[in-house]
Write a new protein. Sequence first.
Length: 143
Amino acid sequence: MSFSDLFDSEFKNRNKGHFSAIVRVAIADGVVVAEEKKFLDKLAMTLEISASEYEEILENPLKYPINPPYLYSQRIERLYDLSRMVHIDHQLGDKQDVLLRKFAIALGFTPGNVNYIVDKALSLIDKKVDSETFFYEMQHMNK
């Protein structure tokens, strides 16, 4: 196996784990509503999850390990991506806040500060800031 194959394989597995974690959050209440399904469909395409992998993960999301980011900066990166996806075209309507809070907790943010973090993230996304500005603002919001 070449180095690039190893990298591609690791990247693909991390994406599957990330997608699996989000599927677990979406199905936690026992129901995947149409808005959540639409979001999962879009996320699967973004993460390059094939149709067969998608179905496999929906059937058994526990198959892939959750690898929540250890570093705060990595959590911010994933939060940026998820915030943009949830916010695009406001496809989730009023549920975008609720869904993003669930995702933020799955990423490792604490319940005690998740509301503040999600509100700040969505506020920055509303302003259409770039990723660099988002990372800076999120990492320095308590200073």
